[in-house]
Design a protein around this ligand. Structure first.
Ligand code: TYD
Ligand code: MG
Length: 458
């Protein structure tokens, strides 16, 4: 440890170093190191490490512990409840991350409004907006009850005092980057401040059984600004994502101590706040052009939830020597790989063609189960023959052109049937799982060559 008791932290990822450097060795961001008191130096506050008097640590047996499973608090927004694993767990700490302006404050204010109907004390603490600004936002959302209390405050000691006095069941902190503790000299939003603030909130949540939502800003790399430690400390991490140019938003659970991760909730931003999208597949397919070549509907799994999406490809002759390959929403390397498979296994002369691949709706997919849809979209555009209408395609494609089984084939087929699709093209090896599903035609393909024949045969 250095003599003066300070260390350098990367403001981006929380990397700790004894000396300053221009580029962070962990996240490779430039100019992010700041000097802050080190934890053991005596300069830094020890609030969260202080031993409270009169309390002895006592182990208990596992069987004595009562779970709070049955008294989860429902938010009144089914999509959010689903991402949380069935509602808010009392005393849990939930981090909601997302780009500025994506709708975090709106979402949480709506949650507070719903909760205030059933709970007698809900606290919304904002360090970013004035009471008037919150009121203006609230006016767009609807009427509010008196049980929702607002507080504009950034000083954590004051917030702690209010929380202890009011004992709300649920509280919202908007945002963690604006909160500060007086005894830490660094600026709000710095690593020490964010870490200490989260520590204080965690203690409040656990000791007084207050469920706390923390809003966290996101850096341009897509992680919550400030240290990674924030993500380790909280119980649940949710990301609110979406393109600012399209109105739907996806709330994604990336960590959840009380439920499964990768669950998503779909919302739509309207002029009266966020609306839940009950049937995302229908919503995502609403603009699909009928009878267009290069357009294929596939089914992807987001957590346990199947979602139908349109994959588009445009393959056209290249004007320069080197073909261009562009992919939006899928990995471009995957597209290159699949095109190489098509060249080798189906003898398609794709090396003289540009290929542009797009997932409609601005969603990012990284599931191998969409391979077959990408392949069929590319072939369809190359040959300029549309894929028959009302067909859903999914399956993983291997390097020999074989089609491999995917997980949860049953749910995918059921989703297709639910939305009125007539046919599913799927891996031969997944057929066993779905054989009992009736009311939809199932075509199993063992290789890409088979798949093309099956589609042509329709
Ligand atoms: P906001 O919740 O302030 O975002 P964050 O807290 O994540 O920064 O999002 C506000 C955006 O949403 C803003 O661009 C305006 C828009 N909006 C609507 O379209 N309709 C509404 O009813 C509200 C309240 C906001
Ligand atoms: Mg906000």
């Amino acid at each position: 440890m250095k003599k003066n008791g300070t260390v350098f932290f990367c403001q981006n990822c929380g990397y700790e170093s004894a000396k300053w450097s221009g580029q962070c060795p962990a996240c490779h961001e430039w100019n992010t190191f700041v000097e802050e008191p080190s934890a053991g130096s005596g300069h830094a506050p020890q609030t969260s490490r202080k031993k409270r008097s009169g309390e002895k640590s006592e182990p208990v047996s596992l069987n004595q512990i009562q779970t709070g499973e049955q008294n989860r608090i429902l938010t009144g927004m089914h999509e959010l409840d689903q991402v949380l694993g069935g509602g808010i767990v009392p005393g849990s700490l939930v981090l909601v991350g997302g780009d500025p302006g994506i709708g975090k404050s709106t979402l949480l204010l709506q949650v507070c409004r719903n909760l205030s109907e059933s709970l007698d004390q809900v606290l919304y603490i904002s360090g970013e907006e004035s009471l008037q600004q919150i009121k203006l936002r609230a006016a767009r959302i609807g009427d509010f009850r008196d049980s929702l209390q607002l507080l504009c405050e950034t000083n954590l000691s004051d917030i702690e005092e209010v929380m202890l006095r009011r004992k709300p069941r649920v509280a919202v902190i908007d945002s963690i980057q604006t909160m500060y503790q007086e005894d830490i000299s660094s600026a709000p939003g710095s690593v020490s401040q964010v870490r200490e603030a989260t520590g204080v909130l965690m203690r409040l949540a656990k000791e007084h059984n207050i469920a706390i939502f923390i809003v966290g800003h996101v850096t341009k790399e897509g992680t919550v600004a400030g240290p990674r430690v924030l993500e380790h400390m909280v119980d649940t991490v949710l990301y609110f994502e979406g393109d600012r140019h399209v109105s739907y938003r996806i709330l994604r659970g990336v960590k959840n101590r009380f439920g499964s991760t990768n669950e998503i909730g779909v919302f739509e931003m309207s002029d009266t706040g966020l609306r839940e999208v009950k049937n995302p597949s229908e919503y995502m397919l609403s603009g699909k052009p009928p009878g267009a070549s290069g357009s294929v509907v596939t089914c992807t799994m987001e957590g346990t939830r199947p979602m139908l999406l349109e994959v588009q490809a445009l393959v056209c002759r290249t004007n320069f020597g080197l073909p261009r390959r562009t992919a939006v929403g899928v990995d471009v390397n995957r597209v290159n790989l699949l095109m190489a498979v098509l060249e080798k296994r189906l003898n398609l002369q794709l090396s003289g063609y540009d290929a542009y691949v797009n997932v409609a709706g601005g969603i990012r997919l990284n599931e191998p189960a969409i391979d077959l849809a990408l392949v069929m979209a590319i072939i369809s555009s190359y040959k300029d023959i549309p894929i028959p209408e009302k067909t859903v395609v999914f399956g993983e494609v291997g390097l020999s052109g074989e089609i491999r089984a995917v997980n949860m084939a049953q749910q995918r087929v059921q989703e297709a049937r639910k939305l009125g699709f007539l046919r599913v093209l799927l891996p031969q090896s997944s057929m066993e799982q779905v054989r009992q599903i009736t009311g939809i035609e199932l075509a199993g393909a063992a290789s890409v060559r088979d798949a093309v024949k099956l589609v042509r045969g329709q």
